[in-house]
Write a protein that binds this ligand. Structure first.
Ligand SMILES: Nc1nc2c(ncn2[C@@H]2O[C@H](COP(=O)(O)OP(=O)(O)OP(=O)(O)O)[C@@H](O)[C@H]2O)c(=O)[nH]1
Ligand SMILES: [Mg+2]
Length: 220
């Protein structure tokens, strides 16, 4: 399988630091420790591109990773984890919402939910927020390798019921960053959603470099 080129592009702890680029972006949101950074690493087949930790609250700024010099994976801090303290928690959530509300190049959100548990109020609130803001999202049920056989389908059916009247849910995937379950499907969705807009063959200016986007190519 072709090696995926991915590199850290920049980090932002305030909206003023969001990069002024035009590459399409796919953002990863969800509760702290749900597996956002691990999932990003699994997509690009790297162990430590995005830093992960068993202690919640690892990602403390919005990190932008440029993939194949043509689109960006965006790793957001986790929502709603009490141990980082109330002030930090509010700071992260303000930063996250200002990114999600304002980012024109955002093509789709990957909304992560821990497959081992019922969706929390935070998860449901996020889905409602994305719906109200007309932002497309794919739900990824994470850590499926930790479930007993068959349980992932039960969880998927439960989430399907939850979003049955939703308009912006693109798909629901079971995922494991450990085994790679769901990776190929997610690639397909990301490719399609990134392509659906005005970027094919467009020259994108960034930091003095002209990049010819080539997402027609299979990025796997
Ligand atoms: N078994 C298993 N463990 C996982 C999986 N994905 C993540 N983990 C573990 O879950 C923990 C949290 O993963 P992270 O990727 O750091 O989670 P995060 O959502 O980025 O967390 P914050 O940055 O704190 O918001 C780490 O110990 C990972 O090794 C998975 O698919 N399977
Ligand atoms: Mg993280």
């Amino acid at each position: 399988m072709k090696q995926v080129h991915a590199e850290f592009f920049t980090g932002a702890s305030a909206p003023i630091h969001f990069p002024k680029t035009e590459w399409p972006e796919i953002a990863f949101v969800g509760r702290s420790n749900v597996g956002k950074s691990s999932l990003i690493n699994s997509i690009v087949r790297r162990k430590q591109l995005a830093l992960t930790s068993s202690t919640p609250g690892k990602t403390q700024q919005i990190n932008f990773f440029l993939v194949e010099k043509s689109w960006i994976l965006v790793d957001l801090p986790g929502f709603g984890y009490a141990s980082v303290g109330k002030v930090k928690r509010l700071e992260f959530s303000k930063l996250n919402y200002s990114y999600l509300e304002s980012r024109e190049q955002l093509r789709m959100v990957c909304m992560l939910i821990d497959s081992r548990h019922d969706p929390s109020q935070t998860d449901i609130g996020l889905i409602e927020w994305l719906e109200n803001h007309h932002i497309k999202y794919t739900i990824l049920l994470t850590k499926c390798d930790k479930l007993k056989a068959g349980a992932e389908e039960e969880r998927k059916a439960q989430i399907k019921g939850l979003v049955q009247y939703c308009n912006y849910c693109v798909d629901i995937l079971t995922y494991s960053a450990e085994t790679g379950l769901g990776r190929e499907q997610l690639w397909g969705i990301i490719k399609r959603e990134s392509k659906e807009h005005d970027i094919i063959g467009m020259n994108v200016q960034n930091a003095g470099i002209t990049v010819h986007t080539s997402i027609e190519e299979d990025i796997n």
